[in-house]
Unconditional design. Structure first.
Length: 707
């Protein structure tokens, strides 16, 4: 590493010794990527006030949103690269799959086996059925009409409970959501939970307050009803009454920030008490039909008791005909993406308009079909992705980064002055206990074992010509698997994201951080470039997920994943005071809202993510500095304007470079617990003492600070 004198504003970094520059293909590629993404006039932009423009100005010039995209960022480009690779896998003949990379963590005996080939053919059949638009168009709305008629039969006697149960069994969003998962207060036990629907009809409850959008939505429903009325019992469907009902349901649902607040949603009840909240639903009957036959259900977590009470009154006050229309509309919305017919085109058009996209645009068919296979047969697809895109060396480097982050977070905890000593000791124990899952699962299922994968997807029926029925089979299997977990210990080896996914997560009851191989790709992660790039981007993502263990939600869970009060009252008060700074800081960021009025970021909804961004960046920087002190990094060609410390932050921000359509940005403000991408750069840099010192900002003090 060269010794540098950083005279940042207006002059290049001066070097007093010959630089050790990495000139490998990987380094030249990385340097080129960063240079193209920088603003053309980056040397004259003040990083302390407009770092997002400095890092991302060139990115915006080089990237246009496709007509079918509401937004895109560096992670989107990575996801598209993964999709392209998956397309090549799915469109290649099977023998091509057996060409191994030299570092692949493969099961040599399994590749080329008859079972492996059988699994691949299942993938191919699902993909080919989705690609076969001619057959899908010939069928038209016929498959959709069949499931609409099933819905109608379930409501024929006015039985709301039967209609809700059918919706739950087929993956539809109706009056309630129900599922299984770890009990927050007993994380080794699987429990049933019931909540308000995650989506009512329009993407966000706030949109029901926009008269123009509501009118478009009502017109959309009326058009679809008119197109289908000769086929199913929609002659009496009243779009106006339907949308009015949905608006009332939406108003009753919890606000977005309350959905993530465990102190509000953890409400364990007996079945009798849950039934009493909304007698019309017959909740106990619904749940007993969903659980395994030998499982005795006597307790449920009701995540929104007030919502159920409000729905009870709403059901009593709503005519049967309107409720019937509502359930039919939920079925149409849920399954219209699986048909190609003019009758349901208005749904697609409105969905596009609400995201600011061209009304008639569609993603390229292969993209839709890759996503279909990834969501439905994802672990088989993950197997072939790992073989092509992830090495043993990459897995080891990922483990190193995450372990380094944990070590640095512990060091930070040791000197945190606002936490009581006893809380710090427990917090350190919690970090030690965090399970790190890197790359891909080798249990539950073991994706390297073809026989395990075959058995895992045995219940899924796939035919190369029946796209709609394939989708139904996939949905039913996912639901059956979820409910079959009852009566067994929580499966701590399970992953909630497939391997090609460009994302990561922290699971509080499991006290685990999970990083699929999809996010461990260039430019976020690369074994073969100077480590400040991978620590700056992937390291910060790692630290972000770890920091969730101590954010506004994660802090409620102890080292074993139990939801409990393990912080002292004084520590809680100190946390809240510091957290309020983040709430106020991010509420100052705005996007263009309806009628071009500024729409402020919800600082409370995004609090956990903003805390995690700040904590993750700090831990990653310290982790890299410790590694660099042991083994200096090389410089990158063409970037001598920046020090290595500065490039750490440049690559962090590079991850968040993006574009968003106005309408999509508005939806995100209402729903997304993450702040807009630009705010995740500007806010996080403002909260980083290391950034301010690296760029010699006049004010070195962070705006808000926890860790």
């Amino acid at each position: 590493m060269s010794t540098t004198l950083n005279v940042y504003h207006g002059t290049d970094v001066q070097q007093d010794e010959a630089a050790d520059i990495c000139m490998t293909e990987n380094c030249v590629h990385a340097s080129s990527e960063l240079l193209y993404n920088l603003h053309p006039d980056y040397k004259n932009i003040d990083p302390c006030t407009d770092f997002e423009e400095l890092v991302c100005g060139g990115w915006r010039d080089r990237h246009d949103l496709r007509p079918d995209q509401g937004d895109a960022f560096t992670g989107t480009i990575m996801q598209e690269n993964s999709q392209t690779l998956l397309r090549h896998i799915l469109e290649a003949p099977y023998p091509a799959q057996s060409v191994h990379s030299p570092f692949s963590p493969r099961n040599l005996d399994a590749f080329g086996s008859s079972t492996d080939k059988e699994n691949f053919e299942k993938l191919k059949d699902a993909y080919d059925a989705c690609l076969n638009e001619d057959t899908i168009k010939q069928l038209g709305v016929a498959p959709l009409l069949d499931i609409i008629n099933e819905t109608s039969k379930h409501f024929s006697s006015g039985d709301v409970s039967s209609a809700v149960l059918f919706a739950l069994k087929t993956g539809q969003s109706s009056l309630i959501s129900a599922g299984t998962g770890a009990d927050d207060k007993d994380p080794d036990t699987v429990v049933v939970s019931v909540s308000a629907p995650w989506s009512v009809g329009l993407p966000a409850k706030e949109l029901y307050e926009d008269k123009k959008i509501v009118a478009k939505y009502q017109d959309t429903a009326a058009q679809v009803f008119a197109a289908l009325q000769n086929h199913v019992s929609l002659q009496s469907a009243d779009a106006s009454a339907l949308v009015e009902l949905e608006g009332k349901i939406a108003a009753a649902t919890p606000d977005a920030e309350d959905r993530n607040d465990v102190t509000k949603y953890y409400n364990p009840m007996s079945l009798k008490d849950a039934d009493a909240l909304a007698p019309e639903l017959k909740l106990s009957e619904i749940l007993k039909d969903l659980v395994p036959s030998k499982y005795k259900l006597d307790r449920v977590i009701v995540m929104a008791p007030k919502y159920l009470k409000d729905i009870s009154k709403l059901l009593s006050d709503t005519p049967k005909e309107t409720l019937h229309t509502y359930f039919l509309w939920k079925t149409i919305q849920a399954f219209s993406p699986y048909v190609e017919a003019d009758a349901v085109t208005p749904i697609l058009r409105l969905r596009n308009e609400l995201s600011g996209q061209d009304p008639d645009t569609k993603p390229e068919r292969w993209r839709k079909c890759v996503s279909h296979v990834d969501s439905g047969l994802g672990w088989i697809l993950s197997r072939f992705f790992v073989e092509k895109a992830f090495s043993a060396e990459a897995k080891a480097f990922g483990d190193q980064i995450v372990s380094d982050i944990k070590d640095q977070f512990i060091e930070t905890l040791k000197v945190t002055d606002w936490m009581d000593k006893e809380v710090i000791d427990l917090a350190i124990s919690k970090v030690h206990n965090i399970v790190q899952k890197i790359g891909y699962p080798d249990k539950s299922p073991n994706i390297l074992d073809p026989e395990t994968l075959k058995n895992y997807y045995a219940p899924v029926t796939i035919n190369s010509t029946t796209y709609f029925s394939n989708a139904i089979s996939i949905l039913r299997n996912e639901i059956t698997q979820e409910w079959s977990a009852l009566g067994k210990p929580v499966d701590r080896d399970q992953w909630d994201m497939t391997v090609p996914t460009v994302n990561a997560y922290y699971n509080p009851p499991g006290n685990e951080i999970v990083f699929p191989a999809g996010i461990m790709q260039f430019p976020v992660f690369d074994v073969n470039v100077p480590q400040y790039l991978s620590y700056g981007a992937f390291g910060s993502v790692s630290g972000h997920e770890l920091s969730h263990a101590f954010d506004s939600t994660g802090r409620h869970y102890d080292q074993n994943g139990n939801f409990t009060d393990w912080w002292t009252e004084k520590t809680v008060e100190n946390f809240k005071k510091r957290a309020e700074c983040f709430v106020d800081q991010y509420a100052n960021f705005t996007v263009d809202g309806p009628d071009d009025k500024p729409l402020h970021v919800n600082g409370r909804l995004t609090l956990g993510e903003n805390i995690a961004d700040a904590g993750g960046l700090g831990a990653a920087f310290k982790a890299w500095k410790k590694r660099a002190a042991e083994k200096p990094n090389q410089d990158l060609p063409g970037l001598d304007f920046f020090s290595q410390e500065q490039l750490f932050f440049v690559n962090y921000a590079n991850w968040w470079c993006g574009k968003t359509r106005k309408e999509t940005a508005i939806q995100r403000i209402y729903l997304d617990p993450h702040a807009p991408k630009f705010a995740r750069i500007l806010g996080t840099m403002a909260n980083s003492r290391d950034f301010r010192e690296s760029f010699q900002c006049k004010d070195k003090e962070p705006v808000c600070e926890l860790w």
